[in-house]
Design a binder for this molecule. Structure first.
Ligand SMILES: NC(=O)C1=CN([C@@H]2O[C@H](COP(=O)(O)OP(=O)(O)OC[C@H]3O[C@@H](n4cnc5c(N)ncnc54)[C@H](OP(=O)(O)O)[C@@H]3O)[C@@H](O)[C@H]2O)C=CC1
Ligand SMILES: CC(=O)C(=O)O
Ligand SMILES: [Mg+2]
Length: 543
């Protein structure tokens, strides 16, 4: 029902950023023509939060909880963010991985009418500015956008991938306090190659195969150009879950001219490096003393590898980048990446195509390389089986095993498997959360090696400092800051990441470090403040 023109109260209650429901005071009810539109009880924020959490907890399944949270975001934004801030540990797995994976799979089926972000289709070429103008907020500072081709480890979901920009931006606000009004989720609709989606009568995107013509690049270019022209050179444009045939080349194309980064390539690298820095205290090995095997040689795999190699050369200036890369081995769907395969290799793998004999299995690779660090980013569940984990434990006192593929159904192994098979020796982290594991009288708390530990803080730093570029060193700065916030108590439980309950504080520190670094590089559009932390703190939205 459309509200009557003069019904300001009705409009207020239908504006998520203004609606407070039963929290409206008597004065606010009077001033906003709300009399009779809300029951007469006046609730405290605490009671309202308890009520919402009780409603949420009464939902039987994670996807029902997801739908409840979405509808809360659509009707009462403050309460939504208060829920997330007060119950981050409980609600991150709902609004983010793993449940967001199911929400994307089901996106067209659970879709509600409320607009949340914009869809820009290949048929909208020439109309991108018009679409951005249709969005009610004109001052946008952070955009997360996808073309839906590689949604988590679930593959090509077309516009159903919109759940990811929505979820990531919710974390910008919940984990780092970037004001929700500055955030815009965007999905580029260029079709999908997933037949089951094309056959789904309820699918809401373009019913065509993925556009692989020049029009695709034209659409991305029009979007990048118009976003920068409309919102200014400091608008942050975060690439998310693009397929790797586009992700690397688009990042390289736009990094020199736009304030942009690719979260899967760079944000993931930063969070993994942070975990490895923190793990040094457990393994008693510095980064340059490790040997690394990656299961998966895509965006995440080579992104992490590149940042590790860069960090090794900083740690040991005697080492060239080529030597640093020699400590890193990648395995892809065809086996170990080696020089003999160079001809058919994708560009991003070439630096790691070492002159060594072929190895067709992970076990063979581990036996040959003798790695101290094993990182899973291959989207194939259970690839770190008992034999793999036992082998890692037999060649290392404290092997590092990160099973980073998302969502949980794609994890290379579970926390329980990793700790059990290595008899508690491994330093473990996972992309999606796992509960603590008890072995004998020891309790292990697995850390969540997810880029959510860094991208919100980087985003806040970019927004607060008005940065116009995000370079690779920013990822190193964020990794170091993250590691500095891992306490001895965290390490004692086996976690190389701080608990989620501290994420706002950690994000603030990352933001301050990023903004300061950006200023020193000449990327900032503000004057130097007295304190970078105070600058970022002042920019934080608190629901
Ligand atoms: N924890 C976190 O923060 C993050 C986790 N991820 C997760 O990492 C996973 C990979 O993402 P991303 O790198 O962007 O994806 P890509 O598609 O770019 O790369 C996937 C890689 O896995 C390889 N692969 C596929 N099947 C096998 C197999 N059977 N054995 C060995 N390797 C295989 C592919 O091989 P080939 O090259 O031959 O095709 C490719 O190199 C996803 O599940 C994603 O959710 C991603 C970003 C952040
Ligand atoms: C976490 C993330 O960005 C991914 O799995 O794609
Ligand atoms: Mg991603």
């Amino acid at each position: 029902m459309a509200p009557a023109q003069n019904s300001t109260g009705f409009n207020v209650m239908h504006t998520p950023s203004l609606n407070k429901g039963l929290e409206f005071t008597a004065e606010e009810r009077e001033a906003n023509n709300l009399r009779g539109l809300v029951p007469s009880a006046i609730w405290s924020p605490e009671l309202h939060l308890q009520h919402a959490m009780a409603q949420l907890r009464s939902k039987a399944t994670p996807i029902e909880k997801y739908i409840f949270m979405q509808s809360m975001q659509d009707r009462n934004e403050q309460l939504y963010y208060r829920m997330l801030a007060a119950h981050t540990h409980e609600l991150m797995p709902i609004v983010y991985t793993p449940t967001v994976g199911q929400a994307c799979t089901d996106f067209s089926h659970i879709y509600r009418q409320t607009p949340r972000g914009v869809y820009i289709s290949i048929n909208d070429l020439g109309h991108v500015r018009e679409i951005l103008d249709n969005w009610p907020e004109q001052d946008i500072r952070a955009i997360v956008f996808t073309d839906g081709e590689r949604i988590l480890g679930l593959g090509d979901l077309g516009i159903n991938g919109m759940g990811i920009p929505i979820g990531k931006l919710a974390l910008y606000t919940a984990c780092a306090g970037v004001h929700p009004k500055y955030c815009l989720p965007v999905t580029l609709d260029v079709g999908t190659n997933t037949q089951s989606i094309l056959d789904d009568p309820f699918y809401m995107g373009l019913r065509q195969r993925r556009d692989r013509t020049e029009a695709y690049d034209q659409l991305v270019d029009e979007f990048m150009t118009e976003a920068k022209a409309k919102y200014g050179p400091q608008v942050l444009l975060q690439f998310e879950d693009f397929g790797n045939t586009n992700a690397f080349r688009l990042l390289h194309k736009y990094q020199p001219t736009h304030c942009t980064f690719n979260d899967d390539i760079q944000g993931t690298a930063s969070v993994v490096l942070g975990g490895l820095f923190a793990a040094e205290q457990i393994t008693q090995k510095s980064l340059s003393e490790h040997k690394f095997v990656f299961m998966g040689a895509g965006e995440a795999g080579t992104g992490i590898a590149d940042l590790i190699a860069m960090a090794i050369t900083k740690e040991d200036p005697e080492k060239s980048i080529e030597d640093a890369r020699k400590q890193i081995y990648l395995v892809d769907s065809k086996g170990l990446v080696i020089a003999e395969r160079k001809e058919g290799l994708q560009h991003h793998k070439l630096n790691y195509a070492h002159d060594v004999p072929a190895a067709s299995t992970l076990i063979e690779t581990i036996e040959r390389v003798q790695p101290s660090v094993l990182i899973g980013v291959c989207t194939i569940a259970k690839t770190f089986n008992q034999q793999v984990c036992e082998l890692m434990a037999s060649i290392n006192e404290r092997p590092v095993i990160f099973a980073l593929s998302n969502p949980t159904s794609k994890a290379e192994c579970t926390a329980e498997e990793a700790y059990t098979w290595t008899k508690g020796k491994c330093v473990f982290a996972s992309g999606s959360p796992f509960d603590p594991v008890t072995l004998g009288d020891e309790v292990f708390v697995p850390g969540q090696g997810n880029n959510a530990y860094v991208f919100p803080g980087i985003g806040l730093g970019v927004v607060a400092g008005g940065l116009t570029r995000v370079d690779d060193t920013i990822m190193l700065v964020a990794a170091r800051t993250l590691a500095d916030h891992v306490t001895d108590d965290d390490l004692k439980t086996g976690s190389v990441y701080p608990p989620l309950s501290k994420i706002r504080d950690v994000s603030l520190k990352i933001a301050a470090a990023v903004a300061e670094y950006g200023f020193e590089q000449g990327y900032a559009t503000i004057e130097k403040p007295e304190s970078w932390t105070e600058l970022c703190q002042a920019a934080m939205y608190s629901p």
